[in-house]
Design a protein around this ligand. Structure first.
Ligand code: HEM
Length: 286
């Protein structure tokens, strides 16, 4: 990198050598930030409740002021996550239904699964087994859509059961008492599934693939280089070129943002990995 390019990166200014494709808007990056922070907060506070007999859960509880304090922070993160979830739903409804924006519910830019996703999955498995060429992906791959929809069923099961437990005396007026036990069971098991899925599969898919290793920073910076974009999303790249809609910018993501992403990303991946190991050990020992 030349001295000029280095200064450009420092200031977040134009760099004529590398061009960037904008993948995520600022709003989408904020949404992911809130989702990531609150999910880590909920996992950090929920798992010690679930494995309260484990030595690490007891030490953690002693350090932060007991299980009551942990539950308070759990509920705080839950309210933030629920708010972000409904803001996102409202945004999708406004764009897709009120403004009738094209492509929100169907098409290559939508997160709704299409036939191509199933074909991509089939071809990807063939590629893993050295039986065929690697499939070319569009704006959202089948596993990115799966991650997105997993939050919906997760929110339905974890969210509803969580609020039922939180306001048990209210819900107890309408449902038999044994359903409160069912809510606790569902909440704990689904939470464990979500935590293992995110900290093992989502982290692996996003950051540890050869083309992204050691960390894919696009969700923080919003941009990826033209070359990265062409390699990772060849179908979208080709479509935009054919339609004359392929736009790039020379403005480099600022260095402070990249460093921020590196620090936050590393802390989150490390926390997730530690929680994954602690919960696996506690689960198989109990
Ligand atoms: C978004 C809405 C959520 C609400 C309202 C909520 C609420 C609650 C409440 C009230 C409890 C305490 C239950 C008790 O009294 O024993 C609890 C426990 C727990 N929560 Fe959540 N929670 C939410 C999301 C999550 C998420 C996303 C996770 C995982 C990342 C999670 C993980 C847990 C775990 C593991 C427990 C312990 C369950 C057990 O003891 O078996 N929660 N939650």
């Amino acid at each position: 990198m030349s001295a000029g390019a280095g200064r450009g990166e420092l200031m977040g200014q134009a760099n004529q050598e590398v061009r960037y494709h904008v993948r995520f808007t600022l709003g989408q990056r904020y949404l992911h930030g809130v989702l990531m922070t609150t999910f880590i907060g909920l996992a950090l506070t929920g798992l010690p409740l679930r494995f309260s007999h484990s030595p690490w859960a007891l030490s953690f509880a002693r350090t932060v002021g007991g299980f009551t304090a942990i539950l308070f922070f759990h509920k705080f993160c839950a309210v933030l996550l629920t708010t972000a979830f409904f803001i996102h739903l409202g945004d999708v409804f406004f764009r897709g239904v009120v403004k009738r924006e094209k492509g929100v519910f169907w098409g290559p830019n939508s997160l709704v699964p299409r036939g191509k996703d199933f074909v991509d999955l089939y071809q990807h498995v063939r590629w893993f087994l050295w039986l065929g060429p690697r499939p070319k992906f569009d704006r959202f791959s089948y596993w990115e859509k799966f991650d997105y929809w997993a939050v919906f069923w997760g929110m339905a099961i974890i969210g509803i059961s969580g609020y039922v437990m939180w306001f048990s005396s209210f819900f107890g007026r309408f449902i038999p008492g044994k359903w409160l036990n069912v809510a606790l069971l569902l909440h704990g098991e689904e939470a464990l599934l979500a935590v293992w899925f995110i900290f093992a599969i989502h982290f692996f898919n996003t950051h540890l693939r050869p083309e992204s290793f050691p960390m894919d920073m696009v969700i923080f910076t919003g941009k990826e280089t033209e070359e990265e974009f062409r390699k990772k999303r060849a179908v979208e790249h080709q479509r935009l070129l054919e339609k004359g809609q392929f736009e790039t910018t020379a403005v480099v993501p600022p260095l402070w943002l990249k460093n921020f992403a590196r620090i936050i990303g590393s802390v989150v991946i490390l926390t997730g990995f530690v929680l994954l190991v602690l919960t696996l050990v506690a689960f198989f020992r109990s």
